[in-house]
Each structure stands twice: as C-alpha cells, then as structure tokens.
Design a protein around this ligand. Structure first.
Ligand code: FES
Length: 140
C-alpha cells in the first residue's frame, strides 16, 4: 500500500500519544467497519483546547490520522475542533489510499465524542431526552 511521507512520519513517530489523567473530556469510539478503537483526551481552558492526547487500537492509518488531528486542534478553539473533518486531516497528510479512508473517521469522531463528554460534564449540552418528546395532540 502506498502511503504518503507524511502518513509514514505520523505513523512511525505519532504525536500526542498517551492519556491525560485529569482530562476535561474523554471520547471513545469504535470503527464499525473494522472494529478498531480510539480514545481521545482533551484538556480545555475556557474555549481553548490546551492539550490533547490519544490512544488507539487501530491500524497505521488510524494512528497517523489521529496524530495529525491532535496537532490540528491543539491550541485551537472548541469550534475549530468541532469543524475539523476527516477530509481536512487526510488533506494535511497528503491523502490516504481509498481503502483506508474509513480509518480517518475514527479521529474525527473521537474528538467530537470527547467534546460532547466535555459539554455534558459542564452541563452545557445535556443528553437529548430521547423518547420523551411530548406527543402532539393534533396528530394523535
Ligand atoms: Fe481499522 Fe484502519 S483498519 S482503523
């Protein structure tokens, strides 16, 4: 498989690997396609992501995309992190082979899950109340 130099660099020397014991938000996601797992830790001060670390039981492409994604959100705002797409991460890595595109989704989703965890801890964005929506009298 042909990987770009940047992918190889981030795979062999991944940035921000590890965990943050007192993280403000932790997100764990599994890849439905391959079963691999990613865990993302965020440290947040105000609206800024001051630190980010990740751990993965995933393939090389998952490691490389996560490494690049952490670099792209570190020091940035929460909004920037929410807007980070796997496409942008892949572009920053000079592309991925088509069969490996799904791996890059893991990092994007793990970041979003960690931010959602952060919001929930802050009570900013409580879990939507599924199934408890009042019934509309007009249609029942
Ligand atoms: Fe599972 Fe890449 S094959 S993350």
């Amino acid at each position: 498989m042909n990987y770009s130099e940047k992918v190889m660099d981030h795979f062999t020397n991944p940035r921000n690997v590890g965990e943050i014991p007192d993280a403000d938000g932790i997100g764990e996601v599994g890849n439905a396609k391959c079963g691999d797992i990613m865990k993302m830790y965020l440290k947040i001060d105000g609206t800024t992501i001051t630190d980010v670390k990740f751990k993965t039981f995933g393939c090389g492409a998952a490691v490389a995309t996560s490494s690049m994604a952490t670099e792209m959100i570190k020091g940035k705002s929460i909004d920037d992190a929410l807007n980070l797409t796997n496409k942008a991460v892949m572009e920053a890595l000079d592309g991925l082979p088509p069969v490996k595109v799904h791996c890059s989704v893991l990092a994007e989703q793990a970041i979003k899950a960690a931010l959602s965890d952060y919001y929930q801890r802050q009570g900013i964005d409580p879990e939507p109340i599924v199934g408890k929506v009042p019934e509309c009298e007009e249609c029942h």
